[in-house]
Design a protein around this ligand. Sequence first.
Ligand code: NAD
Length: 282
Amino acid sequence: MSRILDGKEVSASVKAKVAAEVEALKNEGIGVGLAVILVGDDPASKIYVANKKKACEATGIKSFEYILDENATEAELISLIETLNSEKSVNGILCQLPLPGHINEQAVIAAISPNKDVDAFHISNVGKIMIGNFDFLPCTPAGIIEILDYYGIEIAGKNCVVIGRSNIVGKPMAMLLLHRSGTVTVCHSKTVNLKEITRTADILVSAVGKAGFVTADMVKPGAVVIDVGINRENGKLCGDVCFDEVSRVADSITPVPGGVGPMTIAMLLKNTVTAAKRQNGR
Ligand code: NAD
């Protein structure tokens, strides 16, 4: 059986460091604050926002919540963001995605000050990640690197295969693995002979969003398997990976729930502390 890479344990260690840094900043008279904006009442988004608030409270970060009506206009949302951009007590701004269809997500992301863009979605932060000179890393991929580091899993020189090429997971994941000197292949919905490629992976990251997508025959014996997927099957939360069969082949594996998920919020808190430090010349 594979070793379980426990995201709850790793996220607890990140949160403990965040809490200590928040405390140290407080002692210097610097408060740390995160504004979270939710538009509409999508049930999954509501849960994410509530979890973020709870995590802020647990680490001493002040959370400011803004809930806008489903019919709020793009102009209203951007105007709120502009106010928060110049609000000193707000160090980070997060606008929960997805937004309702009548709002242009890219325009909203572009309105967030890059210094407060703790999701690292602003093109200026995306560009910085590309050249490897960044303050903020996108939370999910950064959380995965944190898991690999925590368990002493070497990336340099390893064959890393990422399934999925989204802007929030697949692409930045590939870039972070590349920064750590992995040999990276990105697969997607048009990839031919997917199985042949995934079987070359020493580190396999699946960010597809389909339950049961990664089967044991797609995994090289002894590989490290990271499951980013969040899916519901018969009301039960599961990832992309067929956990039971793959855990017989892989060396190490992240479970769902309790793997990558908890890391995303922990890294958001870490980015918020970084933002507070930078805004106060630290
Ligand atoms: P997305 O829908 O934007 O991207 C999915 C990717 O999968 C696409 O790039 C697509 O090319 C690829 N894909 C689809 N079918 C494929 C196939 N047959 N073969 C190979 N590739 C295929 O999704 P996303 O936003 O990147 O999220 C992916 C999954 O990760 C979702 O389940 C999402 O809920 C989850 N997620 C989890 C966290 C977390 O904190 N754990 C964070 C973000 C996203």
